[in-house]
Design a protein. Structure first.
Length: 361
């Protein structure tokens, strides 16, 4: 059978919403700080205690961007070409994050948990990680779905959402999409109630299905914003919207979580996406937004390789508050630098190579 390469028009990347790109970087940075802080402080003392909600913002943004980028060309593109596009965009960093996670696990200078697992078991853990197959067997790491690179749990659900989008969602009318979004909202509230008023789950074998509820609502809500053209024109700009986004991550962890967390995910994040899509970017922040957007995914996918090492270091040495401030500040800066290097010398060249090879058929 002779196959032809997809046309250049089908593979062409649409114009970006640059402020939304910039906000994605802010959310990725919040995740990094949250993961540092959660290793040493209880939620009640964590200044960025709701940084984990950045994942729900990612999901909402993803639904909006996927609908914007592919709704009008899915019929011509087809599921296979769509999934190829998503694999090229997402999977190189899934693989690199797994490799870095394995190296950090085996050569951690502050811990020896890897010695508890034989070569065969480690190989199985690694293969499941690069193939995005949940395999929660590392008890020392709270039975994360992906013990070598914990954030990969959200990529697993992102892939599931992408497959469902290419199979069903792109065909749905706005009325049915709205109905599904309402049903997903009820499911999200149920998950929050069942978890004691928290939306923190999705990453472990004990809260696996919480991840399904989290992406179901937010991805659908993002699609609905685009399909309904709920884009709010405003003059907040990148700085104003960054402040609004950060407020959701900085809100205190309290007895009101049962209300505040669902409220932020159900209403606040969709509002920020609608505002971000409708706000104008001033020229002075253009490069910052581009940089922020470009490193957001590399930062998210490679930062966790050092988090367990940081926890082991903290457990052994018990550094004081001033030392922790220095370590976390410098560590975050270095991780941003690593993300840039990964983007510049690995992710961008690999994706360019795969895209060119695909165009040539």
């Amino acid at each position: 059978m002779i196959t032809t390469a997809p046309s250049a028009d089908l593979l062409k990347t649409k114009q970006h919403f640059e402020i939304l790109d910039g906000l994605r970087g802010i959310a990725a940075l919040a995740i990094v700080l949250f993961h540092f802080m959660e290793m040493v402080y209880p939620f009640s003392e964590n200044f960025i205690a709701h940084g984990f909600l950045a994942v729900d913002f990612f999901f909402c943004l993803s639904g909006f961007v996927i609908a914007y980028a592919y709704d009008d060309r899915m019929v011509k593109m087809g599921m296979i070409e769509f999934l190829k596009s998503r694999l090229i965009r997402l999977h190189p960093l899934v693989i690199l994050g797994s490799v870095l996670g394995l190296l950090a696990f085996v050569f951690d200078p502050f811990g020896n948990q890897s010695e508890l697992y034989g070569i065969g078991k480690l190989l199985l853990i690694f293969l499941s990680s690069i193939l995005l197959i949940p395999y929660p067997v590392i008890g020392e790491r709270a039975f994360n779905l992906f013990g070598l690179n914990a954030p990969a749990w959200s990529l697993f659900w992102e892939y599931v959402a992408n497959i469902i989008y290419a199979s069903i969602l792109y065909k749905l009318s706005r009325r049915y999409l709205f109905l599904l979004t309402i049903i997903a909202a009820v499911g999200l509230c149920y998950v929050s109630h069942k978890a004691g008023g928290s939306l923190l789950g999705g990453w472990s074998k004990d809260n696996f299905w919480d991840g399904c509820a989290r992406i179901s609502y937010s991805f659908l809500a993002g699609m609905l914003i685009y399909r309904s053209n709920w884009i709010i024109k405003n003059k907040l700009g990148f700085i104003g919207l960054s402040i609004l986004l950060l407020l959701s991550f900085l809100m205190p962890y309290s007895a009101w979580n049962w209300f505040t967390e669902p409220f932020v995910v159900l209403f606040y994040f969709p509002l920020i996406v609608a505002l971000g899509a409708g706000s104008k970017l001033t020229q002075g922040f253009k490069k910052l937004c581009q940089f922020s957007g470009n490193i957001s995914y590399p930062l998210y996918m490679v930062h966790y390789s050092v988090m367990w090492m940081f926890l082991n270091y903290y457990t052994i040495n018990k550094p004081g508050t001033s030392q922790l401030f220095f370590i976390i500040t410098i560590g975050t800066i270095l991780l941003v630098g690593l993300a840039y290097l990964v983007m510049r010398f690995y992710d961008t060249p690999v994706r360019k190579y795969l895209t060119n090879k695909r165009k040539k058929g």
